[in-house]
Design a protein around this ligand. Structure first.
Ligand code: ASP
Length: 495
């Protein structure tokens, strides 16, 4: 690692620049000969392409990877190296710029966002489509705008204490970014999250979106160094064979999978048993964590909304909500490396950590996977909800019963099921008092092959009867003995 500092006259801000490789910092080996091969250049040579920066009152510190990398070769260890460089000089600078190749930039910005804890300063990652030395380059604009964002104290911009990706006319939250073009100036976007800022004649920051800085006087900035990368990202596609999926999931050293599914999280039923077996750790294998994200560029996973994802929910697949596949993968690396208890890890994986998802999901599964209940007319199921669930932040509560068998019902018979929430033991289900606790009354004709399947929004009753602390009880009272395979309550809450 080589380092140098260029001190500004009348210093107003200090920005540290780390060059890791990529097209942006390239210039002809022989500056006199534009046709000589492109090589990575030291900062003082790069700065000649951005002469205006010298007048901004920003002192620039500079370090470079000894061997600048095409970002194709950048991996989790390199994210740690970048973060460690920043950690070393964190106190001395107001902001940080990382010059990086574009190909895996969105993985790096996601990775940095998870491994950096208690961030209170801007970390801006940028690159370019053409080398800084090229006459038509986009590097100057990207580089200068990034230094402006990081050197906010000198440029009168607001502090954005996040890992962000600055490219062309936009500033994106790092863990929401995606590379969208190999050639256009607008190489990146965050299709599932608004822009943090737009860059035109002015840099206009969307202040409402900016995350609060950590208070570094109380909680010091540090870097999580234990990433576990034993994970896969798997795209499902029409006709993906269970045996092929199983061959991947049977690998003992795979501990987690990002499953990229159709639409709101749908996956062909033929693949469900393979996935649930992997999650359960059937046959003495290491149980896998599976996180479901959508292949769509926009929107969120909503498992259980269609029958086409109900098997995933029952098998223990976690929802990646509206995370990008890049962020979901890195979140798994981080969670596997930092959270030992599998249950707590699953809770954390569905909670927003760094602005990577728009909602928290507290997912209550009242019948553990693989367990069966006896057929009865009245069932009581109880589950604790994580202490971080705040009912005042609830956006939606969805109850879901799946595979409800009715062994004494005739095909076509009308079956009614009432679901009560936190019904006190002293209140009889048929009494008028019980009405207050009635979440939903469901009726359907019985089909023995499919069983009954219900999904219903019960937000009002959750707001009414759920309080912090005590566990949640769902009481099912049916017109005939019922044997549900799955009883779920999904609590979505603002972050
Ligand atoms: N392959 C290069 C890289 O990602 C492309 C670029 O920088 O734009 O390092």
């Amino acid at each position: 690692m080589t380092t140098s500092v260029i001190v500004a006259d009348g210093e107003k801000a200090r920005v540290f620049i780390l060059y890791t490789g990529g097209t942006i910092g390239m210039a002809p080996e022989d500056l006199e000969n534009p046709d000589s091969p492109l090589v990575a250049k030291p900062l003082d040579e790069l700065l000649q392409y951005v002469p205006g920066l010298a007048n901004e009152g920003i002192t620039l510190g500079f370090a470079s990877f000894d061997e600048p990398l095409d970002s194709t070769e950048v991996m989790a260890d390199h994210w740690l190296k970048m973060a460690a460089e920043i950690e070393q000089v964190y106190e001395e600078y107001d902001g940080f710029v990382i010059l990086h190749g574009t190909d895996t930039m969105a993985y790096t910005t996601s990775g940095l966002s998870f491994i950096m804890e208690n961030l209170a300063k801007p970390v801006v990652v940028t690159g370019s489509q053409l080398p800084i030395s090229s006459a038509r380059t986009d590097a100057v604009q990207n580089f200068v705008a990034s230094v402006f964002l990081a050197g906010y104290k000198a440029t009168n911009l607001p502090l954005i204490p996040e890992v962000m990706l600055c490219f062309a006319d936009r500033v994106l939250r790092g863990n929401r970014a995606r590379k969208i073009s190999t050639a256009s100036w607008v190489g990146f976007d965050s299709p599932n999250f608004p822009l943090l800022a737009t860059i035109g004649e002015h840099i206009v920051v969307n202040r409402d979106l900016i995350r609060a800085p950590a208070d570094n006087t109380r909680s010091k900035f540090f870097v999580h160094r234990q990433l576990v990368t034993d994970a896969l990202a798997i795209d499902i596609f029409p006709g993906l064979r269970p045996s092929h999926l199983a061959a991947l999931l049977d690998q003992e050293d795979i501990r987690a999978v990002v499953l990229k599914t159709f639409g709101v999280g749908n996956c062909p039923a033929a693949l469900w048993p393979t996935l649930s077996a992997a999650i359960e750790g059937k046959g003495g294998r290491t149980p896998k964590v599976v996180v479901n994200v959508t292949q769509c560029l926009q929107g969120s996973v909503e498992m259980g909304l269609y029958a086409a994802s109900s098997g995933l929910l029952e098998g223990g697949v976690l929802s990646g909500l509206d995370m990008t596949p890049e962020a979901a993968l890195v979140k798994l690396f981080w969670a596997l490396g930092t959270i030992r208890d599998p249950q707590e890890r699953n809770v954390q994986l569905q909670i927003d950590q760094r602005g990577e998802q728009s909602e928290n999901l507290f997912d209550l599964r009242f019948i553990p996977a693989g367990q069966t209940v006896e057929p009865k007319e009245v069932h009581d199921f109880t589950q604790s909800v994580d202490g971080r669930f705040l009912v005042e932040r609830l956006t939606k509560a969805v109850i879901r019963l799946s595979g409800v068998a009715c062994p004494e019902a005739e095909p076509g018979q009308m079956v009614t099921i009432k679901a009560y929430l936190n019904l006190p033991p002293v209140v009889a289900p048929d009494s008028p008092e019980a009405q207050r606790y009635l979440a939903v009354e469901l009726s359907d004709t019985y089909d023995p092959d499919a069983g009954l399947f219900f999904i219903q929004d019960i937000s009002p009753i959750v707001e009414e009867v759920v309080r912090p602390g005590p566990p949640i009880t769902i009481s099912l009272v049916a017109s005939t003995p019922i044997q549900p395979r799955g009883v779920f309550l999904a609590l979505f809450a603002r972050v």
